[in-house]
Ligand binder design. Structure first.
Ligand code: IFM
Length: 456
């Protein structure tokens, strides 16, 4: 299986998950510092205080990326490292860190893919309402401009938001993520303001000359249980309607406004029943509908649902009344997530159909397993199988005509897996946290060979 010439191979990480140095060089506090230091919020009481210590080890980490042959590295900028209060005063040492990182990547011939928001909102902004406040969208656009002013001469690829669904619905809906609020109306407001922030930032970056803009969503095909192992299975009317609604809440809620300038009826209906639509102002959808070049897709597993009359809405899914989230008949990763590789090609086909004029990129895909180091080696056969299975589907989607431009594995390094702490390892490189020793797993060496040959 040969991949197209110029297909972008890379890996991804995010600031709070790897940087550490939480109190160094003038970094301000983020909602994840507050949340992880609140007892009971994160498994094992883990925090991102030290994480992979990437803030100090970035040069070696870039060296590792070079050895693996990565052509692209997707990382996020920590807003509170740049603007400790979220607005106003810029922290020169924060800027200097990313400046150096970008230079190191370019020297290693690795393209930086910069994400501006991967969930570490400055606590000072959360104290003023966070994403439930419209003002945060404007502060985000200002911050985006500041980062672009400093890095835009060398960075071509810009992502505004990573997974706004997760930021809104796990952060403000079921409270499993920072800032830990549990209010469906707040979550829907947050989702809209995240989108508004995306649109405002995308416009500002484009005007400033950014060449490639991307919005990254956590997306998945929404399947009924029978469809998991049989793409041809025809669901009954009620199950099909449930799947249709959940697809609107998960994926179309973000991509329809960004690409088509409109909300799906299912989202408007859910908002109307959860706090109303007062936060959606005239002209917002035009602002959100700023042209983007690529949609980034983070795919791990399908979303499996069935109709279940009388079922109350799940706290993370306002508007999901009458739907039951079901398990899948498939093997699972250490996260308990079902492994369904062809979910990826099914999803890419759907997105190509629904958003035909925008390029696609797999910006995250990977798996957590209980890895062990033995004689200096991590024999992570299950991860190699996961990645191989998904890359086959990537290839299949390209053959079927998807405008898919690259694939970034999640993650380069084992890291802070949010509410799961450090017990879940997604890296292709193992991190021994007490010593910070990096050990490329067998999957990293396998991936290096795939990249080198541009084929599976
Ligand atoms: O670790 C996360 C990442 O921050 C966002 N996408 C999913 C990954 C695995 O849960």
């Amino acid at each position: 299986m040969i991949f197209p010439e110029g297909f972008v191979w890379g890996a991804a990480t995010a600031s709070y998950q790897i940087e550490g140095a939480a109190k160094e060089d003038g970094r301000g506090q983020s909602i994840w510092d507050t949340f992880s230091h609140t007892p009971g919020k994160v498994a094992g009481g883990d925090t991102g205080d030290v994480a992979c210590d990437h803030y100090h080890r970035h040069a070696d980490d870039v060296g590792l990326m070079r050895e693996l042959g990565l052509a692209a590295y997707r990382f996020s900028v920590a807003w509170p490292r740049m603007l400790p209060e979220g607005q106003g005063r810029v922290n020169p040492k924060g800027l200097a860190f990313y400046d150096k990182l970008v230079d190191e990547l370019l020297n290693a011939e690795i393209s930086p893919y910069v994400t501006l928001y991967h969930w570490d909102l400055p606590q000072a902004l959360e104290d003023r309402g966070g994403w439930t406040s419209r003002d945060t969208a404007y502060r985000f656009a200002e911050y985006a401009q500041i980062v672009h002013e400093r890095l835009g001469d060398r960075v071509s690829h810009w992502t505004t938001l990573n997974e706004p669904w997760v930021a809104a619905y796990l952060g403000y809906g079921n409270g499993v993520h920072a800032p830990g609020r549990r209010d469906p109306a707040a979550a829907m407001r947050a989702a809209h303001h995240l989108l508004l922030g995306h649109g405002l930032a995308a416009r500002a970056l484009r005007e400033a000359g950014a060449r490639s803009l991307m919005l990254v969503v956590n997306s998945a095909p929404v399947l009924t249980p029978a469809q998991v192992n049989d793409p041809e299975a025809a669901p009954g009317e009620a199950d099909a309607a449930a799947a249709h609604r959940i697809h609107a809440l998960l994926t179309r809620q973000f991509l329809d406004p960004a690409v088509h300038g409109s909300y799906p009826a299912e989202v408007l209906d859910a908002a109307a029943r959860n706090g109303g639509l007062g936060h959606v102002q005239d002209g917002d959808l035009e602002l959100i509908n700023a042209p983007i070049d690529q949609i980034g897709i983070n795919y791990y597993n399908p979303c499996v649902v069935e109709a279940s009359p009388g079922e109350p809405a799940d706290a993370a899914w306002p508007g999901s009344e009458g739907v039951r989230f079901a398990g899948a008949d498939a093997p699972t990763t250490a996260m308990g997530w079902p492994i369904v590789p062809d979910g990826l090609s099914r999803l890419l086909a759907r997105l190509s159909r629904d958003y035909p004029r925008v390029g696609l990129m797999v910006t995250e895909n990977g798996a957590a397993f209980d890895d062990v180091v033995e004689d200096g080696r991590v024999r992570d056969r299950d991860r190699v199988a996961y990645l191989r299975g998904h890359l086959r589907e990537v290839h299949r989607a390209i053959e079927a005509g998807a405008d898919l431009r690259g694939y970034l594995v999640w993650s380069l390094l084992d890291n802070f897996e949010w509410a799961e702490g450090y017990r879940r390892r997604f890296g292709i490189v193992h991190v021994d946290y007490p010593t910070q020793t990096r050990t490329p797993k067998d999957s990293a060496l396998w991936y290096r060979d795939v990249i080198g040959r541009n084929r599976l």
